[in-house]
Design a protein around this ligand. Structure first.
Ligand code: NAI
Length: 377
């Protein structure tokens, strides 16, 4: 099979998420990096793109140059990944969709609900794929949990408890570090800090595993370090359309928690839990029975968990290969196959509506508010 041509915007040398995309997109030989505008500094971006194998005329200085260069080519890129800082996602994603490119956008997809609605509209009108990188949903054992809920193995879901709480911004002496400070500055980060950064991964995961959507929420936000305007800690209670009770804690000041993303799902006939730091295992307990450890790669797992697992049982695959699973599904979707589990622009919009609802609720003493985008009510 011929490799698909892949373009990347942002994710330059030294960035946090860039390497995971490069490893992920190219892990299965499905995509080849062909065009790129990798860095906010045009010269650095051009130089790095060529070092990564892009031809000189496709190593662009910025995304507008890349759009102009690629749109006129017969051999234009098949997919563009947007891995720039949050405030740029909307205009880049919209412009590339309108020009007929498929896009994988980093989260959060936009800064406002209106922008999110616009991306959903533009993606629909263009007929192109617009995916959002909720990559944790592509771990094999997360797919297994989704399968277990869908096939009734834990009965109707009563409760979802999820945390995405780490301690990496917990040092008050480091709060002025420019790499940390912008995340809590509304001019750079928008209306939410930690909830928009990490909380939305957890909320997406709750929907992804249960197959249900968030309907309403009540939020309590705190800025525990004086110099911060936006929240560095949030507790969010939510209710899903089917009545499931949800509770979410997200924090960046939980010193000692490292990555800190985990989820527990409790149904009428069983419960299970998964954590990103031990992604190969799901702990499953049937009602009245013993706790079992289900292991990635063992026999008897769902087709979906088996399909997305590459190496033999007990070998860690980890974060870049979860991102690779997003690219596997993107390649299939570009080939015209239906990939329902691929996180979409609609998911990106739902997250943005939840962020704005949480800010509204937290600002009004935790009142319950509708968390759905108007478009989906
Ligand atoms: P970063 O600050 O480490 O790197 C950003 C990169 O984008 C840099 O190379 C910078 O030069 C480049 N850049 C900035 N503006 C640009 C522009 N206008 N055009 C081209 N390149 C530009 O940021 P990080 O942590 O890699 O985050 C990037 C995005 O990825 C954010 O939206 C973040 O929320 C998301 N992210 C997602 C994760 C996930 O689990 N899905 C994990 C980490 C980040």
């Amino acid at each position: 099979m011929k490799k698909l041509k892949w373009g990347m915007i942002g994710g330059g040398e030294g960035s946090q998420i860039g390497p995971a995309h490069r490893l992920g997109a190219q892990a299965d030989g499905l995509f080849a990096l062909t065009a790129a505008a990798l860095d906010v500094n045009p010269e650095k971006g051009r130089e790095y793109a060529q070092r990564l194998g892009c031809a000189a005329d496709r190593a662009y200085g910025d995304w507008t140059e890349m759009l102009a260069g690629e749109r006129g080519r017969d051999d234009r890129v098949d997919l563009v990944t947007v891995a720039t800082p949050n405030s740029t996602h909307f205009e880049i994603t919209k412009a590339f969709l309108e020009a007929g490119f498929n896009v994988l956008c980093e989260k959060p997809m936009t800064m406002t609900v209106e922008e999110g609605e616009e991306i959903v509209r533009v993606a629909r009108a263009s007929g192109r794929i617009c995916a959002v990188n909720y990559c944790y949903s592509a771990y094999p054992m997360v797919r297994e949990m989704r399968h277990m809920v869908a096939s009734g193995q834990i009965g109707k879901v009563r409760l979802v408890i999820t945390n995405f709480s780490h301690g990496h911004h917990g040092n008050a002496a480091d709060a002025d570090n420019p790499r940390v400070r912008w995340r809590y500055d509304p001019a750079m980060a928008g209306i939410s800090g930690q909830f928009a950064d990490c909380g939305i991964h957890a909320l997406h995961m709750a929907s992804f595993i249960t197959g249900d959507e968030v309907r309403s929420l009540s939020a309590d936000f705190a800025s525990t370090i004086d110099s911060r305007t936006l929240e560095d800690d949030a507790m969010v209670n939510f209710r899903m359309e089917g009545g499931t009770v949800g509770r979410l804690w997200t924090s960046s000041v939980a010193i000692g928690r490292q990555h800190g993303f985990d989820i527990q799902v409790f149904g009428e006939t069983g419960g299970m839990r998964w954590a990103s730091e031990q992604p190969n295992q799901v702990y499953y307990t049937p009602v009245g029975g013993r706790t079992q450890i289900m292991e990635k790669g063992e026999s008897g797992l769902s087709d979906e968990a088996t399909r997305l697992s590459r190496v033999a049982i007990a070998h860690p695959e980890g974060f870049p290969l979860a991102v690779a699973n997003i690219y596997v599904d993107l390649a299939a979707a570009i080939a015209g196959e239906n990939r329902a589990a691929l996180p979409s622009a609609a998911d990106g919009l739902r997250s943005m509506a939840a962020v704005h609802a949480a800010v509204d609720s937290a600002g009004r003493g935790g009142v319950w508010v509708d968390a759905r985008p108007t478009m989906f009510r």
